[in-house]
Structure formats: C-alpha cells, structure tokens
Design a binder for this molecule. Structure first.
Ligand code: PLP
Length: 435
C-alpha cells in the first residue's frame, strides 16, 4: 500500500508505509492517506468478530498492511496489541455505547498507541535506533509510553508540563522505566509542544539523530482506530435495538482522528446511516457543520480536556474523505457542542436513570446521541476513574479505581526536570541517542 498527502491531489509523491509512518506529517504539511480503500468482506467481519476483536482486527490489518509485513508476524502483532475487551454496553433498550477504555491506560488512545509501537519496531527492524519525541497534556503521553514500552530499537521522550497533569496521568507516564524517558518541563503544554516542534525543525539535530513523532495524525495510529467500529457494528447488528444494519455512529471529538477513522471504515464498506461528532465548548466543527465557514481558533479549557482542541488537525482528512465537498459533509455528519454544565448534568442523568458512571468525554457522546435521537451507538473514550474530580462533583461519588490503577499509584516515579529551553532539550536528546 502506498500513501499520499491530502494536499497532493495529483498524486505525484507516493510514500511507502515506513516513510509515511516515520515522517508523521507529509512534507507538504498535509496528512497521509492510503492510496485506496480496501474492500472489506462484511460477512467475514461478522464471523471473525464472533471469535474475538483481535481475530477480526487481524483480518482488517492484513488488508491495509499485508503488503508490508509477513502475514503470520502481522497476525501475532495485532493479537498482542489488542489483548483487551471492547464491549458494546447496553445501558437500556436502544442505548448502547462501545467501551474503548479497557486497555492499559484506560482510554481509546491505547488502540493506536499499542499498534503503532509494535508496527514501528517491525518496520524499523535492523535500522538505526529511533527516538520518539512527544509533547503531552496528559493522555497522549501515557498511551504512547505504554504503546512503545519495551519495543526494540526505540526510545521515547515525553515532555509534559510540570505540575499541570493529573496525579494519575503522571503516574502512568513515569512508572514504566526502561526505554521511556519522561521530562517534566518548567512551562505549560504549549511550551512542551513548541520545544518538540523546534527539535523537528532543527536540521542539524535531524542530520545526526533519527527522531520521529507519535502524534495522533500518524497513519499507524489512525488506521487501526477504524477497526473497533467494525466490531461495534457487528455487535450492534445482533443487539435488540437494531432494526437495520446501518447505525448512527456518535463520537466525542477533539482532534477528529477518531471520527475520521470511522469514516475510513465506512469507505471500506461498513454501513453507516449518519455520523455524529460531539464537541465540548471548542465548537469550530459543529459551527462548520451548521453552515459557517471553517475558522480554527485557540482552544478553551473544559472538563473534557482531551477534547480541548481549537484547530483540529484531522479536519483536513474529513474533507478529503468527502472529496472536498462541504455540502456532502454537512448532509452526512452532524454534531453539537455542550458546555461544562451540560456535560456534568449529562453525567448526573446517566447515573440517576441508568446507574451508569460515565467519564465527561463519553458523556458528550451520550448527550449527542440523545439530542439527535440517534439509533446506533456512541463511543466511550475513557474510564470514569481518570476524571474522578468531575465525577464526584456531578454525582457525589468517587468512581472505583481499577486494580491496575491502584498498583500504578504505588510505584516509584522517575522523570527528569527540563528547562523550557531548546538548547537544553537538544543536549538531552543528543546524549540519549549516544547511550
Ligand atoms: C483524545 C481523546 C478524545 C478525542 O479524540 P480525537 O481523535 O482527538 O477526536 C476524546 N476522548 C478522550 C478520552 C481522549 O483521550
């Protein structure tokens, strides 16, 4: 499979998987897309999904990555990456949510992170060691760290703002050790992001050290996120609430990687009636869907902070998937923004009506599902225990921490201090590459 930038409309510059994966972003500033949408045999999806999520995912991975990896190796890699449950949970008749938070960091980013870690190592076998450099406000860092943990030939440097991530998030990033190097930066998240960008634009550093990003636009994180939609679809078709086979798919969205992965699934043959992209107060996409021009702006902070994005990178992928036709996007995709107060009221409603404890991001999925009178399922993107402060404020109880969380909180934490200074980071990266 070859990959093209969303901006290379004449398809002049093909990239192989390895180059697309290690570049992350295309050199022209666009996002990579596969050269074609492979045709998926939906009967086969159904029968493999009855076996397990991993069995079904292995089939889908072979369609995208089969030309780039040995079949048996790829199969084993997928089964190892996706060794956790993906249940479609029914709160009540006609109210289903696909729970994507049963991986090691209790959020859906584990799917992309774990697949990318293993696949990067496979693609780079025998090559120079690689340093993955990533900035995080909390969640992405832990998913990337866990995804690449103990992966051969890769070192991961995570920059996070000192004192500005939750206790749990810090524990998840700093208790792994091994090939994971967390840096607590004397600054805010934007400083971390700027420092990482400065390393990528430093030609001198890049001529000596192989660095790559693991951010959410990477093709190796994006494509596998399409797999769980097939699984949700096949479970939904069997559920009592399904009277047809084309569900509405509701996704709480920030950078719009997750929902565009659903659109990729649809392009390869999965039936969908309508997409619904829910948002918090960062509402540039809902406004666009309502007819306004697309106008990115700085993000505002909300209780669903993993969705605090003011200029969603994957908007470009969404337009590409609809051949640049804004009217087509607007007729097939809906989405509404909800305020913090509404999100907390949604959490309270789910608890009082159904005894269900939802995290704030997933609650935006629920609120959109109800608002659009949907029939299908919404995605639950994180475990409620990751956002216990908001939950406690909304329903008066503190969600029980899963045992794996409790264990992490007791482990020793190791991170290094880092000045908010490019030369200091450059020196650190250089030294790490020589070790
Ligand atoms: C990242 C994240 C989102 C947003 O996903 P996008 O792909 O950026 O739209 C939603 N919920 C949680 C919990 C997340 O971590």
């Amino acid at each position: 499979m070859l990959y093209y930038s969303t901006r290379d409309t004449e398809r002049k510059h093909p990239f192989c998987l390895k180059d697309a994966a290690f570049l992350g972003l295309a050199p022209d500033g666009g996002l990579f897309m596969p050269e074609r949408y492979p045709a998926v045999d939906m009967d086969k999806v159904r029968s493999l999904a009855d076996e397990s999520f991993a069995a079904m995912a292995a089939y889908l991975a072979s369609l995208f990555f089969g030309e780039d990896a040995d079949a048996a190796v790829l199969d084993a890699l997928v089964r190892d990456a996706f060794n956790f449950e993906v249940p479609l949970y029914e709160l009540a008749d006609g109210l289903c949510t696909l729970q994507l938070f049963h991986g090691p960091t209790f959020a859906f980013k584990d799917f992309g992170g774990r697949f990318m870690g293993r696949m990067s190592s496979l693609l780079n076998r025998g090559g120079d060691p690689v340093i993955v450099l990533t900035a995080t406000s909390g969640d992405t860092g832990s998913a990337v760290a866990h995804g690449f943990w103990n992966v051969d030939g890769v070192k991961v440097v995570i920059l996070y703002p000192d004192g500005k991530v939750s206790d749990l998030q810090e524990a998840q990033m700093t208790t792994l050790g091994g090939n994971i190097f967390p840096l607590r930066v004397n600054g805010c998240f934007d400083d971390c992001q700027r420092l990482v960008k400065e390393m990528f634009s430093d030609a001198e550093l890049r001529s000596r050290v192989r660095i790559t990003s693991a951010n959410s636009i990477n093709i190796l994180r994006w494509i596998p996120q399409s797999f769980y939609y097939f699984y949700g679809w096949s479970q939904w078709c069997k559920s009592t609430s399904a009277s047809r086979n084309a569900p509405d798919i509701v996704v709480p969205s920030g950078n719009y990687g997750n929902i565009t992965a659903a659109m990729l699934a649809w392009k390869t043959g999965m039936p969908v009636r309508r997409f619904i992209a829910g948002a918090n107060a960062n509402d540039v996409v809902p406004q666009f869907l309502d007819g306004a021009p697309y106008s990115p702006r700085p993000s505002v902070q909300t209780v669903a902070n993993a969705m605090d994005v003011g200029a969603p990178s994957n908007f470009e992928r969404m337009m590409y998937l609809f051949d640049g036709d804004a009217a087509a996007v607007r007729s097939f995709v809906s989405g509404k923004s909800f305020s913090d107060a509404e999100i907390e009221a949604g959490i309270a409603e789910m608890y009082s009506h159904y005894g269900y404890v939802s995290d704030p991001h997933s609650a935006i999925g629920y609120l959109n599902y109800k608002y659009f009178d949907a029939s299908g399922f919404w995605l639950s993107t994180a475990h409620a225990a990751k956002f216990s402060t908001v939950i406690e404020r909304s329903i008066g109880i503190c969600p029980e921490l899963p045992d794996a969380f409790k264990r992490i909180m007791t482990l020793p934490r190791i991170s290094s201090p880092m000045e908010n200074d490019r030369e200091a980071l450059k020196a650190y990266v250089t030294e790490l590459s020589c070790k």
